[in-house]
Ligand binder design. Structure first.
Ligand SMILES: [Zn+2]
Ligand SMILES: [Zn+2]
Length: 374
C-alpha cells in the first residue's frame, strides 16, 4: 500500500517538475546609441485574421522569445477569404493579442495593411485608432483616414516581384500620396527580399523612415535560422521604450534596417551602433621592422563587422580585410616593413564597414588610432 502511494507521489512530482520547463527569451545585442534606446521591431506580419496561419497571440510569443521589443500585427484589411471561418472586425487580431503582449512586456502597435494593386501597392498603417474605416475600395480615402487618426504609414515591399517584376517604380500616384504626407516610411527589406540602392535613394532623397520587416505569414522559425541568425527587423532609436517613444522616433525617421548581418540606415545612427559595440583595448603599440604588434578590439554586439582597409602604408602592413567577430576580441596586426616605421608617432587606420550601408550608396567609414611608442 505504502509502496503504491510513494510511486504515485513520485509520478506527480515528476509531472509537476517537467511541466515547469519554459523556453527563455533570447537577447539581441545591438547597443543603444547616444541619446536613444535601440528598439528591435517588426512592423509587418499576418495571422488567421487575414492570410496568415497563426493565432494573434502566437505572433506575440514568437517575438518575445526572439528578443524583440515591439511588433505590429498588420492583417490585410481587404482579405475576406477567411471571413466564413474567422469572425471579427479589422481590430480583432490586435484585440486578441494585446493583453498577452502587455503581460510579457512586449509593445504591440495597432496596425493594418491596406492592400491594393500597383500603383499604389500595399501600405501598412501603424498606430491606427480604429482599423475598420481604413477598409475602403479607394486607397486615398483609407490613407486620408489613417492620416487623420495620426497614424504612421509605410509603403510595403515596393519591389515585390508580383507587383514590380523588373524593379520598384515610383508612380505619379506615389507623388500624390507623398505630397499629402499620407506615408512617411518605406520597406527597404521585406521577408527575404532586398530592394537595393534604388529604394535606399528614395528613403534618403524623400526623407522616408527606413523599414525592414518579415511580412511573416507562417511560423517565423520555419523561415529564418533563429539559432545562428535572426528575423529581419527595424531598429528604432527611441527616446524611451514605449509606444509613444516608437511613434515619435518613426516620424523623426530615426530607424535602420537590420537584415542578415547588414545594417542599412543613416550615418549618425550606424556610427552610434559601431562605436557603442566596440572597445579598443590598447591605444599604444611598438612598431619595428620585421616585427608584429596588435591592436586588440572587442566587439560586444551580435554583428560581425567586415572591415576593408582604405589606405595602405609603405612603412607597415595591416590586413586589407578583417572581421571583428561578434562577442570576440579580434587582433588587428601591424607589421613593420621599413626602418622608418620606428619614427611614426601617431597611426590612424581607416576602414570602411562593408556590411554597414549609409543610404543611398556608401559604406560607413571608421578609424582606429594608436600611438607608436618606440
Ligand atoms: Zn503586402
Ligand atoms: Zn503583408
Amino acid at each position: 500500500m505504502i509502496k503504491i502511494k510513494l510511486s504515485a507521489i513520485i509520478l506527480i512530482l515528476f509531472i509537476l517538475l517537467s511541466s515547469g520547463f519554459s523556453q527563455g527569451r533570447k537577447e539581441i545585442s545591438i547597443p543603444n546609441i547616444p541619446g536613444y534606446i535601440t528598439l528591435k521591431c517588426d512592423f509587418h506580419m499576418h495571422t488567421v485574421f487575414s492570410d496568415g496561419t497563426v493565432w494573434p497571440t502566437v505572433r506575440v510569443d514568437e517575438a518575445w522569445l526572439e528578443g524583440l521589443d515591439a511588433i505590429s500585427i498588420t492583417d490585410h484589411l481587404e482579405n475576406g477569404s477567411r471571413r466564413n471561418e474567422i469572425k471579427g472586425d479589422d481590430n480583432k487580431s490586435y484585440d486578441l493579442a494585446v493583453s498577452r503582449a502587455e503581460s510579457l512586456g512586449l509593445l504591440l502597435v495597432k496596425g493594418a495593411e491596406i492592400t491594393k494593386g500597383m500603383p499604389p501597392g500595399h501600405f501598412n498603417v501603424l498606430f491606427t485608432t480604429d482599423a475598420n474605416p481604413l477598409d475602403n475600395n479607394d486607397h486615398r480615402i483609407g490613407l486620408k483616414i489613417a492620416h487623420d487618426q495620426g497614424a504612421f504609414v509605410m509603403w510595403n515591399h515596393p519591389g515585390w516581384k508580383a507587383q514590380a517584376p523588373d524593379s520598384a517604380i515610383w508612380y505619379d500616384e506615389h507623388n500624390y500620396l507623398y505630397d499629402q504626407d499620407w506615408f512617411q516610411g518605406i520597406e527597404v527589406f521585406n521577408s527575404t527580399e532586398s530592394y537595393g540602392e534604388k529604394v535606399y535613394r528614395w528613403a534618403k532623397d524623400k526623407n522616408l523612415a527606413i523599414i525592414c520587416n518579415t511580412d511573416i505569414h507562417g511560423i517565423v522559425g520555419m523561415q529564418y535560422d533563429l539559432v545562428n541568425g535572426h528575423r529581419p527587423m527595424t531598429l528604432v532609436f527611441a527616446k524611451e521604450k514605449s509606444l509613444g517613444g516608437i511613434k515619435e522616433a518613426l516620424f523623426a525617421r530615426r530607424t535602420a534596417a537590420y537584415f542578415n548581418d547588414s545594417i542599412v540606415g543613416r550615418e549618425e545612427h550606424l556610427e552610434g551602433i559601431f562605436k557603442q559595440s566596440i572597445e579598443q583595448k590598447n591605444h599604444e603599440i611598438k612598431l619595428k621592422k620585421g616585427f608584429t604588434d596588435n591592436i586588440y578590439i572587442y566587439n560586444s554586439s551580435d554583428i560581425d563587422y567586415v572591415l576593408i582597409l582604405q589606405k595602405k602604408s609603405k612603412d607597415f602592413s595591416v590586413p586589407e580585410k578583417i572581421v571583428l567577430k561578434s562577442h570576440e576580441t579580434t587582433l588587428l596586426p601591424l607589421t613593420g616593413i621599413t626602418n622608418n616605421c620606428d619614427n611614426i608617432h601617431e597611426i590612424n587606420l581607416s576602414f570602411k564597414i562593408s556590411n554597414f550601408v549609409v543610404v543611398p550608396d556608401k559604406n560607413l567609414n571608421i578609424s582606429f588610432k594608436v600611438i607608436n611608442h618606440n
